[in-house]
Ligand binder design. Sequence first.
Ligand code: FNR
Length: 386
Amino acid sequence: LQPTPEFLEWEANFMPVCVNDLIPYCERRLKPAFWEHIRDGAMDGETNRNNVDVYKKIRIRPRVLRDVSNIDTTVKFFGHTFASPIGLSPTGSVQMCHPEGEKVFARTVAKMNQAYMCSTATTVSLEDVAAEARGVPDYPFAKTAHIPNLFFQLYVFGDKKVTEALVKRAEREGYTAMVVTVDTPRLGRRLTLIRRPGELGKRVWANFETKDSDPTKFANKGGNLGLSSNFSDTLNWDSDIKWLRSITKLPIVLKGIMSGEDAELAIKAGVDGIYVSNHGGRQLDTIPATLEVLPEIARVAKGKIPIMFDGGVRKGTDVFKALALGADYVFIGRPALYGLTWNGEEGIEQVLNWLNEELRLAMVLAGTTSIKDISKAFVRHESEYW
Ligand code: FNR
């Protein structure tokens, strides 16, 4: 969308200092269909809103006199020490926000030693995303077999050959783990996609347009729902997770776990991590906020397998609360897209810097110096104060 003179005048005085400041910018800068697609959840967005609002119900319980001069935000995760427990969730269609799309995410996390999950539904192929991370000057993993900062988010397709080809490509490129999204046997009822047919363009096909990708046979159906109409809706614990286990040695993480029962089944199935997510409220509306289900999942899984988490994280205190309630690694979806829309690579770097700094300050002021020490003792639900 070409910026108007009025927008440029407004932009000249725009000086954001936190993630939420970027929302009015994106609203004015992006094409309406793109902005609505990013902003909205399924149906009328109850889950999407609750994801954000639920943090207000949790209070941090600060402790004092604990020497907080030396804060360590590093976390060890899948064998690698990351600079911070904050990473970028997989989001498709990233070129809506910036012409370089997902490449910018890959460069940023390689530079900042954080994590990024590359989606199946990208606007840049998974090979180009990996090459971008490896191309960062002085990147210590430029030539190693595997890139610790990149994970691959896998949608399982009805056609097993399609899925297997993606898995093999991600393995060959050195992605750290296979993050299987299990909450999308069908796409949720996203009203923007229905109201604005065709306005998002063909923006999710990059992984099916490369020369070594067999699966192009279905890729030309086009339309916004086209890719997801190829996802498997028979996906199940017995055959599919076992099958995935049999075709890859990479760690498998299940994204979209929202109950203690499923966390238990995931552990039984022998997967390597679980990812608490409701897809940013974009699948089934009216399911709980992710922070609400985190305690029941942590009761089952904490210490057994890594717990990843996303949904509504906009501030360092949100990250702190999620860590306190049991997450090991916290991801952001929309905030990364906001940063990218605002200022490309610098924008996303700034978003991560804000969150890293806000988390660090929350640790200082709450009286804890390392990520592993952020326990449940540091938070209370509002109702427990009365
Ligand atoms: C997503 N999400 C998503 N998830 C996934 O597994 N594969 C995908 O391709 C996408 N694509 C996608 C596009 C857009 C525009 C959004 C906003 C979200 C969900 C994403 O990974 C994550 O779970 C949520 O975005 C997290 O919530 P917040 O941080 O956006 O509140």
